[in-house]
Design a protein around this ligand. Sequence first.
Ligand code: UDP
Length: 263
Amino acid sequence: MEIIPPAIDPLSPKNLPLPEATARQVLNWIGVHPDRPLVTQVARFDPWKDPLGVISAYRLAREEVAGLQLALVGSMALDDPEGWEVYRAILTESEADPLIHVFTNLTGVGNIEVNAFQRLSRLVVQKSIREGFGLVVSEALWKGTPVVAGRAGGIPLQMADGVGGILVDGVDDCAKAMLRLLRQPAEAVEMATQGQEWVRRHFLLPRMLLNELSLIHDLLSERPSRHPSFIADNRRDPVCGMIVLETSAKLRETFGEEQRVLL
Ligand code: UDP
């Protein structure tokens, strides 16, 4: 099996360069104070994205960072009753807290707003407990914003611990990682810069296009697939030829032994 991981489109409204002044205006207009520190999670309102865990971790961090704001930005599907339940639980938990902002696509928060949030947040959280790929991680890293993310699904493939941000396993861990990045801005910038470069090399659309074209070419010519890859041959499994990434154990668990990840 060949696995071609997803990628983000750097020219789409969600990811295109947005001048800081414009991003600040966008956030200001929807009621978020651009001069106060902000952390954001952009995710469907879904139990596996653990928004209530994000609120708990944020509250722990806020004890030490006065005025810290949290934005939870989630898309709502009209046919997803579970999403509405999670949304109601988030509102109940946050309604008396003026520093927690909850937004949805139904209240007008679309791609440009997500772009502004991912750009201006001091850090982006993706506290997933289970995850498919977690595209939001690459989206934030591409904008030079460090990420605190659950060690789940495709997240470690986009972000090794310490490269782009910090991988976490629970609420306390998440709060500690947030505090570390908030208190040590130089380290946060360094991690974010490395993460941005990793995304530039591996998670933008041209890499995916190249993988797909190579695969089609190899299928048509009935040759085993080549890997237009940054991965040195000594990182391939000598038996099955699978690329041995730090994250491959998790992927192997998900996809079985016969997978190869094309990056
Ligand atoms: N997204 C969005 N608005 C929201 C929530 C999510 O535009 O309010 C986008 C997000 O930017 C990303 C996608 O939806 O591009 C979610 O993809 P991901 O792989 O992170 O999670 P999934 O929802 O597929 O589990």
